[in-house]
Design a protein around this ligand. Structure first.
Ligand code: F1P
Length: 346
């Protein structure tokens, strides 16, 4: 996160400087729509980007799986900005989506980790995430870095459009500056998460629920568990549970709920009650000092308090650790999961 932010944010001045896209600063003031294209974990980062850009810059955003987008005939115009997100910078589906959007005249920005990879070379402009090399196949620190860059992009666009007051921007940037320390604090739950993982290691299924920007976090938690421990997992918006997944809940179903103190806290509490009424096992990610959820959930993992904008950066950490410990306990190779490749170039 520090590397992502270096030289890009000026908390005291309330400014974001994104060199890679600064030539497009004027265009960003007047764009009608942003389309985000990506695959896998990068797509989840894109969903976080959608929440943040719409919230702060008030620009409509659509998030598309590149693997689907490239094969249909989407409406794209020269007024659109497409943001392509990729850790490796070599994902074939994302490259094909970029090429299609470019042909139709859109401006393409890249958010990529590997300097000089194919995707940054296809884009008009972009921002590197500087997460360093990812050793394992499953994307972890790249996700954190992508979300950091997208947060900065959302603030940058808000700055250009004037949709955030200067004092609010200073407040958000000052808080972003403290997020690395808060992540360090979230990592201190590691031993406890290892113990909780013992209880979940033999599960055959797992549900992940979240609201608002907690929803992409739920999706990412589920994907990590699938990718490295081979447990079937689904991420859902918590409010969607009653439209289907609730049928799956019984005393054998672990349900991981993002239940931090933000605008949807009360509603998430009622979702936890619905799960407990059906004897589901609840593991809640809560804000430190929480009392209400603790009374209901079977297990709680605390993360430091933060504004809603930064929830994805913090809440994803315990979920990554959970998948890691469950995978190790099941004897899985966490760095090289079966059937997965670091760069999906076909
Ligand atoms: C996309 C992705 C990763 C996933 C796995 C397969 O890669 O789906 O999110 O963890 O490695 O590829 P990328 O476009 O972000 O490099």
């Amino acid at each position: 996160i520090r590397d992502c932010m270096r030289g890009r944010i000026y908390p005291n001045e309330g400014k974001v400087q994104l060199g890679g896209i600064k030539e497009y600063a004027d265009k960003l003031k007047n764009i009608d729509r942003i389309i985000i294209v990506a695959c896998g974990t990068s797509w989840h980062a894109g969903l976080v980007g959608e929440y943040l850009i719409e919230e702060y810059a008030r620009i409509p955003v659509e998030v598309e799986y590149a693997s689907e987008f490239r094969y249909r005939n989407p409406i794209i115009t020269e007024k659109d900005v497409v943001i392509a997100i990729s850790q490796s910078g070599e994902t074939a589906d994302t490259m094909a989506a970029i090429e299609m959007a470019k042909e139709k005249g859109a401006t393409i920005f890249g958010v990529c980790n590997v300097v000089g990879a194919s995707i940054p070379r296809l884009t008009h402009a972009g921002v590197y995430t500087h997460a360093g090399p990812e050793i394992g196949v499953a994307s972890t620190k790249a996700f954190t870095a992508q979300v950091t860059v997208l947060t900065l992009m959302a603030f940058y666009m808000a700055q250009q459009k004037g949709t955030l007051t200067h004092s609010k921007l200073v407040e958000l940037l000052t808080e972003l500056d403290c997020i690395p320390e808060k992540i360090q604090m979230a990592l201190e739950s590691n031993e406890m998460i290892k113990e909780i993982s013992e209880k979940f290691k033999d599960s055959r299924n797992c549900l992940f629920l979240g609201r608002g920007s907690g929803f992409p976090v739920a999706l990412e938690g589920a994907l990590k568990l699938k990718e490295i421990s081979y447990i079937h997992a689904e991420g859902y918006p918590a409010a969607e549970m009653k439209h289907g997944p609730i049928a799956l809940i019984d005393e054998e179903m672990p349900v991981v709920v993002i239940a931090t103190k933000n605008s949807s806290y009360e509603k998430v509490i009622s979702n936890i009650q619905e799960v407990k009424a059906r004897k589901g096992i609840v593991l809640a990610i809560v804000t430190e000092g929480d009392i209400e959820v603790r009374k209901m959930a079977d297990y709680c993992i605390e993360i430091p308090d933060a504004s809603e904008a930064f929830l994805p950066l913090l809440a994803t950490i315990p979920l990554q650790l959970l998948s890691y410990h469950i995978a190790v306990l099941r004897g899985c190779n966490v760095d090289q999961p079966r059937n997965l490749a670091k760069s999906v170039t076909v």
